[in-house]
Ligand binder design. Structure first.
Ligand code: ZN
Length: 94
């Protein structure tokens, strides 16, 4: 595995050597009770929890579901169209 640069909140787990985009993502990949059975999730378990790797190769907590992303794009486009035809209206989504 190539060494990735750790900037900002990015980190690497010293146990499983996976890279994480944030402390939240790191925390999400740890499971069990402290001092009892604390361990890293497997890649399969992380995928099952909705985690995924971003383009830079860092694990993230979750990606925005494609459906929600598409819905938001349409909402923004509709608001832009309304704004164009009714400039006096103030559209919250923009
Ligand atoms: Zn780990």
């Amino acid at each position: 595995m190539t060494k990735l640069e750790l900037t900002g909140d990015r980190n690497q787990c010293p146990t499983c050597n996976e890279y994480f985009n944030s402390t939240a993502a790191f925390d999400k990949h740890r499971t069990g009770k402290y001092g009892v059975d604390r361990r890293c999730l497997t890649v399969q378990e992380m995928n099952n929890k909705g985690m995924s790797k971003n383009d830079a190769g860092f694990w993230i907590t979750s990606t925005m579901p494609a459906k929600a992303y598409a819905a938001r794009k349409i909402a923004i486009k509709n608001a832009a169209d309304i704004q164009q035809h009714y400039p006096e209206k103030i559209i919250g989504v923009l």
